[in-house]
Design a protein around this ligand. Sequence first.
Ligand SMILES: [Mn+2]
Length: 194
Amino acid sequence: MSSRLINIERSTRETSITLSLDFDAPQQFVDTGLPFFDHILTSMAYHGFFGLTIKAEGDVQVDAHHLVEDVGIALGNALRQTVQQYGHVERYGQSLIPMDEALSEVIVDVSGRPYLVYSADYPQEYCGQFPIPLIREFLYALAHNAQINLHAHCRYGENSHHMVEALFKALGRAFMTAYRRSERSEPSSTKGVL
Ligand SMILES: [Mn+2]
């Protein structure tokens, strides 16, 4: 089996992160010290059938914000480097995933043009100890550092945990398609460049 391994190390005064991403070697281990965040990141990679290892520490006693955003930056960098180092990918991916009463959807374009469109109306503001507004910070950092166009929508639901978990499974499935190796010998754009 081939491999498209990318290793990222990122340390600031606020956080310290090591992350490995490999679309061709599905295995997951995620430890951020934030149990719900570990849960949804693991779900994302498991259902996207790609390899993701994250070991992250940070000043979560201040607020989980720095850590969540910096994991988004690290994963975004890994996605961008996957394209830079290993060549052309399919580019588009989309997924619609239910979880009990909730339905969430992700559409992605690995376009080189960062953009985030995100909508969700959550009934509860926390999943466990995890503040749901941080989901936006994560997605924004991810889209901008990966240089992808990311549309993420929780269409409906009664339970925030289900809505977010379905969204991250959809993210994984959309990435699985979008980052598949392309048979094309040039970028999948009529302009010939992304
Ligand atoms: Mn769950």
